[in-house]
Structure formats: structure tokens, C-alpha cells
Write a protein that binds this ligand. Structure first.
Ligand code: SF4
Length: 353
């Protein structure tokens, strides 16, 4: 245990580890007592930085059309069983209005790579949201775009951008994506986003088919060097209409452990307790908060379209209500663990309380 505790100290002090040290830590993730020690350290760092406040973001899943075919994704282009939909600008603004009334001050606009929603249209949408809700942040999660398009979206007022790198190993990246999608392009997009000035989020799933501990070490090393403002780490959960339908789910405990390691490595990072974690584990989001997460992102899309944005099976069990119900349920759950929702944008560098 002493050697492991030293590794946690080293991770915190240097913000980095070498591959063999990462692999030693991951192997120790099987040890419940050590996971508890890591969670305790991560939780302490989170409380020091953010007090007992938790940032919330309302996700609006505005289109499930996608030109891509990621092998793990339920709304991939090849899934002909998905009933496609897209919200129009008025419907998206209504989601923001409802979310705003319940205290959401960040809206995350998420979609597949839907070419209908051109950069021009997205810019107009972002400008409208920022005009109507000037005290809110807009996060975009709409995939890979040319650098110039990212610049236009930033100029239109978008504050943050989420683009999971999915795997920092090109070998593993190519096992879970078709040949026309490459890690090199994904990483170019991420560096462009950060360079432009977006608060940028990367991330990956734990337990995607073919993933090894060396791949995970590669992911953590990438996050260490890229220093994103946000990191999304959730368990892999299969979708029945994808090539990975029969693959097992990722390990929830290992996911929680990685959240703790991420907090220890990057103490200021915005770290969500993801929807997938909430789907896989009972009280998964609260467990995520206790492991070092400080953000929760409930789904505030219209109820009638939620079942169509199924990246993986059972996703909707995590967010079973309207924006108002979710907000008050979340507040209740957080108060049971001594935390509370912060009404505010929750930018990188903000203290919650
Ligand atoms: S993960 Fe994103 S880019 Fe890939 S198929 Fe799904 S929606 Fe499209």
C-alpha cells in the first residue's frame, strides 16, 4: 500500500506518471480499500477547490442525425432502427427557457454530426441563446469541424466545447471507429479548440471493446499533457443495434477510480459524474461526486424525444423527469451527501461556494 500511496502523491505533485506507474495504479484499482483511499484524497481536493457546491449543466440533445459510424454508438449512421429527429431553434430555445427557470446557467447543445445544422445555423442559435440568457454559458458538443468553423462558433459566443478523444491510442481508436475517422484528426480538433479559447473537454469510456490497461495509461497521459478544462469519463454500455451489442459493460468501480485519479492529477478540472455512470450504478452520479466529480449534467431535452437519443441501452433511466423534476431530485440527492447545486455558469477556475 505504501508504494501505491506514494504514486498518488507523485501524481498530485507532478500531474503526470509514466506508463508503468499508471499500470501499477490500475492494477490496484481491484483493491477496494485503495480505491477508497484514492476517492478520499480526490474528495478532499474537490472540497478544497469547490466547497460543497456542484455545478449543473442542462443538456439539450437537439439532433440524433449523424454522418459518422462509431462502432459503439446507438445513433451511428448505419443503425437504421433509430428514429431520427431534430429540434428546431424555437424548440431548443424553449428547452433553455425551462432550464433557466429551474436554475440551469449552462446549456450543453449536443447532437450527432448533423450537416443540416451548418456552422452558420449553429452560430445564429448560439447568438440567440446568449442574447436571451446573457448570464448563461453555452457548451457545444457537435463533433469534428474545420478549425475555421470552431473559430466562428467561438466568435458567436459559445464558451465551451466537449469532444471526447475516446482513445489516445491510435491502435485502440481504430478498433472502435471506422477507417475514415482517425485519432490524428480528433487530436487536431482538440488542440484547435483549446487554442481558440474554448474551455475544452476531452474524455473516454472505460471498458470499450479491446481496451487494455496500456490504452488507459495512454488516455491518462494524454489528459495529463493536454490539460483540458473538462474531462468526461464514463463506463462503456453497449447498445443492442451496434456491432458491440454483445460486449460487456465497462466496470463502474474502475470508472469511479479513474475519476478519482483524474481529480488528483488535475485538481481544478471540471469533472462530470456522467449519465452513463448514473445508468450503470445505483446512485452512480452521487458515487461519482464522492469520488471527486464536481459537475452533473441532467438531460433537459423534451421528454418525447429522449428515447430516440440512445447512445447506449437504458440511458434514459438516469434522467427520468422534466427539467424541474430533475433539478429538485438532484438537489435532494446531493443534500444527502452534504452537497448543493450552484446556481451559476460554473466556468473553469470558478469556485462553487
Ligand atoms: S459517437 Fe457521436 S460522432 Fe460517433 S456515431 Fe455517435 S453521435 Fe455520431
Amino acid at each position: 500500500m505504501e508504494k501505491l500511496l506514494q504514486l498518488l502523491e507523485e501524481l498530485h505533485a507532478k500531474g503526470a506518471l509514466d506508463t508503468s506507474a499508471w499500470c501499477t495504479l490500475f492494477a490496484a484499482g481491484n483493491n477496494e480499500a485503495f480505491r477508497a483511499v484514492a476517492a478520499e484524497k480526490a474528495r478532499k481536493l474537490t472540497l478544497e477547490r469547490f466547497g460543497n457546491g456542484v455545478f449543473v449543466r442542462g443538456i439539450v440533445e437537439f439532433s440524433n442525425y449523424c454522418v459518422n459510424d462509431c462502432l459503439y454508438c446507438g445513433i451511428r449512421r448505419s443503425n437504421k432502427k433509430t428514429e431520427r429527429y431534430r429540434l428546431d431553434e424555437k424548440e431548443i430555445l424553449e428547452c433553455c427557457e425551462t432550464g433557466y427557470a429551474y436554475g440551469f446557467r449552462t446549456f450543453v447543445l449536443q447532437s450527432g454530426e448533423d450537416r443540416f445544422w451548418s456552422t452558420e445555423k449553429l452560430c445564429a442559435l448560439v447568438k440567440n441563446i446568449k442574447t436571451q440568457f446573457p448570464d448563461c454559458a453555452v457548451t457545444l458538443s457537435v463533433g469534428e469541424l474545420p478549425e475555421e468553423d470552431y473559430r466562428q462558433l467561438f466568435a458567436a459566443g459559445a464558451d465551451r466545447y466537449l469532444l471526447r478523444h475516446e482513445s489516445a491510442s491510435s491502435e485502440h481508436f481504430s478498433m472502435i471507429h471506422p477507417a475514415n475517422q482517425t485519432l490524428a484528426t480528433r487530436l487536431e480538433c482538440l488542440s484547435a479548440l483549446k487554442e481558440i479559447g474554448f474551455q475544452t473537454g476531452c474524455g473516454f469510456m472505460v471498458g470499450t471493446p479491446g481496451q487494455t490497461v496500456e490504452h488507459l495509461a495512454c488516455d491518462m497521459a494524454f489528459i495529463s499533457s493536454f490539460k483540458p478544462q473538462m474531462v468526461g469519463i464514463g463506463p462503456f454500455i453497449p447498445h443492442c443495434d451496434t456491432p458491440f451489442a454483445d460486449a460487456p459493460c465497462g466496470n463502474g468501480e474502475l470508472t469511479l477510480f479513474l475519476l478519482s485519479l483524474c481529480r488528483i492529477m488535475l485538481p481544478d478540472v471540471l469533472l462530470p459524474a456522467t449519465t452513463a455512470l448514473g445508468t450503470l450504478l445505483p446512485d452512480g452520479r452521487m458515487q461519482g461526486i464522492l469520488a471527486g466529480a464536481n459537475v452533473v449534467m441532467p438531460n433537459i431535452s423534451p421528454m418525447e424525444i429522449r428515447s430516440k437519443y440512445t447512445l447506449y441501452n437504458n440511458k434514459n433511466s438516469a434522467d427520468p423527469g422534466t427539467a424541474g423534476v430533475l433539478h429538485s431530485e438532484l438537489q435532494k440527492q446531493l443534500s444527502l451527501i452534504g452537497r448543493q447545486i450552484v446556481i451559476g455558469r460554473g466556468d473553469y477556475g470558478d469556485r462553487a461556494c
